[in-house]
Design a protein around this ligand. Sequence first.
Ligand SMILES: *[C@@H]1O[C@H](CO)[C@@H](O)[C@H](O)[C@H]1NC(C)=O
Ligand SMILES: *[C@@H]1O[C@H](CO)[C@@H](O)[C@H](O)[C@H]1NC(C)=O
Ligand SMILES: *[C@@H]1O[C@H](CO)[C@@H](O)[C@H](O)[C@H]1NC(C)=O
Ligand SMILES: *[C@@H]1O[C@H](CO)[C@@H](O)[C@H](O)[C@H]1NC(C)=O
Ligand SMILES: *[C@@H]1O[C@H](CO)[C@@H](O)[C@H](O)[C@H]1NC(C)=O
Ligand SMILES: *[C@@H]1O[C@H](CO)[C@@H](O)[C@H](O)[C@H]1NC(C)=O
Length: 516
Amino acid sequence: MMQQQQQRLYLLVLVAMHFAVVVGDDDFSRNDFPASFVFGSGSSAYQVEGAAFEDGRTPSIWDTFSHAGAYNGANGDIACDAYHKYKEDVQLMVDTGLEAYRFSISWSRLIPNGRGPVNPKGLQYYNSLINELVSHGIQPHVTLCHDDVPQVLEDEYGGWLSEKIINDFIAYADICFKEFGDRVLHWTTVNEANVFALGGYDLGFTPPGRCSPHVGIGPCSRGNSSTEPYIVAHNMLLTHSSVFRLYKRKYKSTQHGFVGLNIFAYRFIPHTNATADEGATLRAYAFYLGWFISPLIFGDYPVTMKDRVGSRMPTFTRQESEQVKGAIDFIGLNHYATLHVKDRPSAFERDYRDFSTDAAIQLVFEQGGVTPKGEYPWTQPGLRAVLEYFKKTYGNLPIYIHENGQTTPRNATLNDTGRVEYLHAYIRNLLDAMRNGSNVRGYFSWSFLDGLELLDGYKSAYGLYYVDLDDKNLTRYPKLSQQWYSNFLKGKSRKSNVNLEIGKEVSHSSESEFSS
Ligand SMILES: *[C@@H]1O[C@H](CO)[C@@H](O)[C@H](O)[C@H]1NC(C)=O
Ligand SMILES: *[C@@H]1O[C@H](CO)[C@@H](O)[C@H](O)[C@H]1NC(C)=O
Ligand SMILES: *[C@@H]1O[C@H](CO)[C@@H](O)[C@H](O)[C@H]1NC(C)=O
Ligand SMILES: *[C@@H]1O[C@H](CO)[C@@H](O)[C@H](O)[C@H]1NC(C)=O
Ligand SMILES: *[C@@H]1O[C@H](CO)[C@@H](O)[C@H](O)[C@H]1NC(C)=O
Ligand SMILES: *[C@@H]1O[C@H](CO)[C@@H](O)[C@H](O)[C@H]1NC(C)=O
C-alpha cells in the first residue's frame, strides 16, 4: 500500500491550470471547407466501451490479446466505460462542435456466437448511441470490424485466415444494415486492413498476434509470416466486396448510404535521391496501399507485388476479380506520419520471405528537430502528398481521413500544444490538397477520448479528452487541443487570437495501475 502510494506520488502530476494560451494567427477556418464536408473525431469499440463481460458480450481476439499480456496487464475490460457513459460523451461531442462521430460496432456484443442470434442488449446499446448522436445532429460513421473478430470464430476456423469468415461477416453486416441503416449512411467494413494483416500475421504485435518464430516482434506461438498476411488480406478483400455488393443489392435504393474500406497510409519519401530509393518508394506504396486499393480499382494486385511474392500471392478468379473491382464508395485513410524509404536488395536474396523482405525496403522514421520526443513531427505534414498520390494513381475517388492525430504519453499535460500544432498543420495541409482537387469528404481526428491504444495500451494517448483512469467516475477532462478543435469547428479561429482556458486540476497517476 505504502509503496503504491509512493509510486502514485512519484507519478502524480498536478497540472495546475487556469491559464490562457494564445493560439492564433490561423489563416484558415472550418468555413474554408465545403459545407457538405464533415469534421469529426473517432474511437473504436474495444478501445473505449468497456463492459467487456456485460450484457451478453463475448470476447474478441483483442480481448484475448490484451489478456495474454500484450499491454503488461492493461486491457479494455473497463476502458473509458463508454458503454455506460455514451450520453455524457455525446454531450461532450456537442460541446466540441463535432459534426460526425466515427465508432465501431463490437461484433461479439451484437452477435455473441459470431453467427446466429442477435443479442438484444447489444442491439439496444447501438440503437441508443446512434439515436443520441442523430438527435444532436451528429452523423454516425460506423466501422464493422476494428481489429475485434469474435474469439469464437477465431477458435472455430482461424478468423480471417479462413474463407468461412466471408459468410459470417456478410450475415453480421446484413444485420447492421437492417437494424441501423435507416440512420447510418457511412459504413466501413474493415479498419486498417493492411495493418491488421501485417501486425496480426507478419510481425505479431497486434491481435491475433501470429508470426513465424524468427520474424515477428512477437513472441508468437503460432503463425506463418510468409503466407498468412497475404491470405488474410485476400479474405478481407473478398469479404469487403461481398458486403459492398450486398448493400448495393439490398439496401442502397432505400437507405442511400456508402460502403468503404479503411487503410493505414504513411507518406513515403525516398531516403536519398538515388534511383534505387525512388524505386523502393514506389514499391512501398504498392505494397502498403496498392495491395488493397489496386484490386478495388483495377481488379487485381499490383504487378510488382505479384512478381515478388510469387506463388504465395493468392489469385482472384475472373469472377472474384469482377466482384472486387469497383466495390468501393470511398476509401478511409488513417494517416499519421512520413517515413523514409531505403532500397534493401539484400532482403530479397534471403531464404526466408515475408512482406518486408518481399518488398525489399527499409523504412526509416526521422524525428523532426523541433518535435518533442515521442510525438509526431508536424512541420512538414505529408497528408497532401498521400492524397496527391491517390489522385494520380487511383483516380479521384472519394476519401475520408478517418484518423489523424498526435501521440503523447498518456500522463503528459493537458496543455497539449504539440497536438494543437499537429492538428493545425495537418488540417491546413488537407485544405491545400482539396484546393488542388483532392476529393476528400471528411476528416476525423484520432481520437476523441484517451482510450486503450492498439500498440501500447494506456501508455500513449491521442485524445481531445483525457480520461482519469484512477477516478471511479472516469471523468473526462478537455485538453487544449479540444478547445482548439472546438474553436476551429465553430469558425472562430480565422485570423483571430483565441484565448484558451484549460480545465481544473487533474492528477495523472494511471500508469501506477499497471506498473507493479
Ligand atoms: C509518465 O510515465 C512515464 C512512464 O511510466 C514516466 O517515465 C514519466 O516520468 C511520467 N511523466 C510524468 C510527467 O509523470
Ligand atoms: C503550455 O505550453 C506552452 C508550450 O510548451 C507554453 O508556452 C505555455 O506557457 C504553457 N501554458 C501553460 C499555461 O502552462
Ligand atoms: C509457411 O508456409 C509455407 C507454405 O505452406 C511453408 O513452405 C513454410 O514452411 C511455412 N513456414 C513456417 C515458418 O511455418
Ligand atoms: C534530392 O534532390 C532535390 C532537388 O534536386 C534536393 O532538394 C534534395 O535535397 C535532394 N535530397 C536528398 C536526400 O539528397
Ligand atoms: C496538383 O494537382 C495536379 C493535377 O492533379 C498535379 O499534377 C500537381 O502535381 C498537384 N500539385 C501538387 C503540388 O501536388
Ligand atoms: C462521481 O459521480 C458521482 C455521481 O455523478 C458524484 O456524486 C461524485 O461526486 C463523482 N465523484 C468524483 C470523484 O468526481
